[in-house]
Structures are given as C-alpha cells and as structure tokens.
Design a protein around this ligand. Structure first.
Ligand code: ATP
Length: 206
C-alpha cells in the first residue's frame, strides 16, 4: 500500500502503534487483538481495525494480528530504517529541555543542530551544537535537514518560520503560540503546552 493513500489521521497514529507493537514484540508476544491494543493505547478498537486494514492486515477472529507483520509494514511506512535528523530553533527553557531529552528512547529521531541568538551560541547542550541564527541558511543547507522544531519567543516565530521555509524546511513542529502561515508544501504541527494543560484543567473542573 502506498504511503500517500493512508489517511492523515491514520498516519498520525502509526508511531503510537509502532512503539507499542515493538514493546510487545520485545516481550516475546506474537499476536495481539484489536481489543488488547485498544485498552493499552486508548484508541477505539474499530479505529484500530480500520487503520490496520490500510496495511492489508485484516486480522482473524480469535487469532488477532500478527505483530511482526504489522511492525514490518509500519517500519516501511514510517521510514524507520532511516534516522530523521531535526534542527531546533530557540534554545530557551523549552528548547534546552528538548535538546537534553533528544528522543533518546526513539533511536530514529535526533535533533542534530540548534540555533539561537544569544550567549549559548558555540556551546553544546546534550551533545547538540548551537549555532548563531545568522548561520541558519548556511547550516541547514550543509546538513540537508528538512524538519525543524520551533521554540523561539512568539514575536520571533513568523520571521523564523519564513527563513526556515526559504531554507528548504518541509516540516515544522511549532511550540510557539503563534499560528504560522506557510505554503501548502510545508507541514506544520502545533503543540501549545499551556493551552493543552489549561484545557485539561478546565475539563477536570467542569
Ligand atoms: P521558553 O519559551 O523556551 O521557556 P525562555 O523563556 O527561556 O524560553 P524565550 O524568550 O521564550 O526564552 O526565548 C527562547 C529562546 O529563543 C531564547 O534562548 C532566545 O535567545 C531565543 N531566540 C529569540 N529570538 C530568536 C530568533 N529569532 N532565532 C533564534 N532564537 C531566538
């Protein structure tokens, strides 16, 4: 099945499935039912069955899904055999935390380079070198990185986005509160931690 035929909502759940199936595989499990997956991942089991059907894996009643088979297809789709190299722009509190975290448990994704305007330039955090934003275009070209995490202050978000896009970045994980405008060819995923937290608290109170 071609990757571009998978619905976006399904594609977004793939890393979740992939990680969990790998855990099960490491525990020596060979099969899993959509019901078990549903309970572990808090995803509706009908959704799981539909998602898996895009991979030609229909599962059999009373047998469940073949874990290795699914891992094989998910890995191919997620390009897990290739390390995804990422740049980070804005080494403040959040940026620093992400550099130290650096997705170590997910050994296929790695922040390889960071940029800032201030006195952190020329240092490394979590082993990641920090460059001046003045060198953004040059360094992105050199490293051929096409994915960026944006952790600059809100006022700098638009300007940095424009520069990232002009430098060939294809995907931005936006941690700033700004709603970024980008061409259709660039994909933005927005993570607003304070909005998420406030909405959680709101639901608890109401
Ligand atoms: P955080 O929001 O991550 O908690 P903070 O409060 O420590 O960060 P902010 O003012 O949000 O700091 O700035 C985040 C970082 O972005 C700082 O290290 C700042 O130097 C850097 N920064 C500001 N403008 C730019 C820019 N145009 N390009 C790159 N980095 C920038």
């Amino acid at each position: 099945m071609e990757e571009n035929k998978i619905p976006q909502a399904t594609a977004k759940r793939l890393p979740l499935y992939y990680r969990h199936l790998n855990n099960l595989h490491q525990q020596g499990k060979q099969r899993v039912s959509s019901k078990e997956l549903s309970e572990a991942l808090k995803v509706d089991s009908a959704t799981i069955r539909k998602d898996f059907s895009y991979f030609g894996e229909l599962g059999r009643k009373g047998y469940g899904y073949d874990i290795q088979h699914l891992i094989y297809f998910f890995r191919k789709t997620l390009d897990q055999d290739e390390i995804s190299r990422v740049a980070l722009v804005g080494v403040g509190n959040l940026g620093t935390a992400l550099l130290n975290y650096n997705f170590i448990k997910n050994n296929n994704t790695k922040i390889e380079i960071a940029f800032d305007t201030n006195d952190k330039v020329d240092k490394t955090i979590g082993g990641v070198p920090i460059y001046s934003v003045d060198d953004l275009e040059k360094e992105l070209k050199r490293t051929e990185i096409t994915v960026a995490i944006l952790t600059v202050p809100m006022q700098a978000a638009d300007e940095m986005t424009e520069r990232l896009v002009n430098a060939g970045i294809e995907g931005i994980l936006n941690f700033t509160p700004s709603r970024l405008s980008v061409p259709d060819t660039v994909r933005v995923h927005h993570i607003d931690l304070s909005v998420e937290l406030q909405s959680l608290i709101y639901f608890l109170k109401n």
